[in-house]
Design a protein around this ligand. Structure first.
Ligand code: TGC
Ligand code: FAD
Length: 402
């Protein structure tokens, strides 16, 4: 079945065909192109027809979790022996791009699971932890979340106060995390907390442990199809075998963030392409002053600038993906791409909305939803300004955070 013929977005066909002005596809392998096609088709069938309703109704479609597992969207970069896709970072990026073309909240669900839950268990977990959790997370049988941010410690996670004490046969965990994607529905949480010496460690906390709750955060104007909540730990007894043994210190969660921020750099290009695609079609269809509005220079300027920015971001992602595959990408290089591409996508969403005039504010078109989503994306995983400071640090050798 050709998804172009069947998928309906807000009562309209999802006609998206891709944006590739510079032949960036020539830089991709056959396998990359196949993976992209399969995820693009999945989005047209499983996300586009429903996303406006989910977002308007602030509904997280829990059934998408199993579907993401089936299509290989969870942990594509994790080795296949643990249920992951065993794919490279360019494939991972393409998957995030296509899912975020559908919706940033849907990409959040997938990237948290792959980069912030499966990755730390794979990288820092014991063999028993990997066997216990990774295959179920990969298949979508289990959903996870990642708890770093606290009410009083967002950009400055090293100040966290969530803590655990060694009680001999178990750890006792206390504290709270805030703004946690997937938390209200998650089966497990990878939680970052300080031990009695103030050293940060990762712990796997399971739903059902006494004293552990996950209240939902309501009234968001952004990422409305994704669920967000808190993690509250009130004397939670965590078995000792749930501590991630492989790495401690802030560097451990920061390594997870490198992987997730990389996925966001690709995802943002997906959102930008969706807005550009919609604007280009509308500009050719909408008649004012007896002509398609696409014939006016000011509209052409907007479209030309959008295409220029998308093309630059695609090339940036491809090169960053090569460096990720070689294990050479630095945190600052990832920051540059995350910061640039999310800001670019937000600008394009706003310009594309203008091209649609009044129609642009309705759910008939995707720009307002992308725009509101991107307000979260520009803030989470390090704000726009924090990434600027990470770059400033790399340029000067001087950290200006404090
Ligand atoms: P700083 O002094 O720079 O570093 C402390 C220690 O951490 C090490 N480190 C890294 N190690 C490996 N990889 C990295 N990327 C690392 N970054 C830092 C560093 O070497 C040092 O180690 P050591 O051994 O010397 O102690 O740290 P700082 O306290 O000054 O803070 C700076 C920094 C960069 C952490 C902060 O500016 C920052 O990035 N803040 C942003 C916080 C953030 O991004 N939070 C994200 C929460 S998760 C989330 O948003 C998920 S949304 C998911 C979704 O829905 O898609
Ligand atoms: P603050 O840190 O309070 O920042 C407020 C403002 O001050 C920002 O503009 C910031 O740039 C600026 N600022 C802060 N420090 C400096 C400085 N040194 N110099 C200059 N300016 C500065 N976290 C998780 O752990 N897991 C998740 O799954 C997760 N999901 C999220 C989902 C959503 C929808 C949202 C909105 C957030 C999520 N987060 C998650 C949290 C996110 O990572 C934080 O919101 C983000 O890191 C910023 O922290 P903050 O909101 O506390 O803002």
């Amino acid at each position: 079945m050709n998804p172009n013929q069947t998928s309906i977005k807000s009562g309209k066909q999802d006609m998206f065909e891709g944006v590739d002005f510079y032949g960036v596809d020539d830089l991709l392998s056959e396998e990359h192109l196949l993976i992209r096609t399969s995820i693009r088709d999945f989005v047209k069938k499983e996300i586009s027809p429903f996303i406006e309703d989910w977002a308007q109704n602030a509904h997280f479609p829990y059934e998408i979790v199993k579907k993401f597992g089936d299509v290989g969207a969870f942990g594509p970069q994790i080795p296949s022996e643990y249920g992951g896709g065993g794919l490279d970072y360019i494939a991972y990026g393409l998957i995030m791009q296509e899912i975020e073309r559908g919706d940033s909240g849907m990409r959040s669900t997938a990237s948290v699971q792959g980069s912030l839950v499966m990755y730390p268990i794979y990288k820092f977990g014991s063999e028993a932890q990997k066997q216990k959790y990774l295959p179920k997370l990969a298949s979508g049988e289990m959903l996870g979340c990642f708890g770093l941010t606290e009410p009083d410690h967002g950009s400055n996670p090293s100040g966290m106060t969530t803590n655990f004490k060694d009680m001999g046969d178990h750890y006792l965990l206390n504290g709270a995390k805030m703004w946690i994607s997937n938390s209200p529905k998650a089966d497990i949480a990878v939680v970052w907390a300080k031990n009695e010496e103030g050293r940060i460690h990762g712990l796997i906390v399971e739903r059902g442990m006494e004293g552990f709750s996950t209240p939902e955060t309501h009234n968001k104007w952004s990422l409305r199809a994704s669920c967000t909540g808190e993690l509250v730990f009130d004397n939670v007894k965590v078995p000792k075998e749930n501590l991630l043994p492989g790495k401690s210190g802030l560097g451990a969660p920061m390594m997870c963030l490198d992987s997730a921020r990389y996925g966001i750099a690709w995802g943002a290009v997906g959102a930008a392409m969706d807005c550009y695609d919609s604007a280009r079609r509308y500009a050719l269809e909408r008649i004012q002053f007896d002509k398609p509005i696409g014939s006016f220079q000011l509209i052409q300027k907007k479209l030309a600038e959008m295409l220029s920015e998308i093309t630059k971001a695609q090339l940036l992602n491809w090169k960053l993906g090569k460096m990720m595959n070689e294990g050479k990408a630095t945190t600052a290089q990832i920051s540059l791409a995350k910061r640039n591409n999310v800001a670019m996508a937000l600008d394009i969403a706003r310009e594309a909305r203008q091209i649609h005039g009044g129609m642009g504010i309705t759910g008939e078109y995707p720009m307002m939803r992308h725009m509101m989503n991107l307000e979260s994306v520009v803030t989470y995983e390090g704000t726009h300004d924090i990434h600027l400071l990470i770059l400033g640090h790399a340029i000067t050798g001087i950290a200006a955070f404090k």
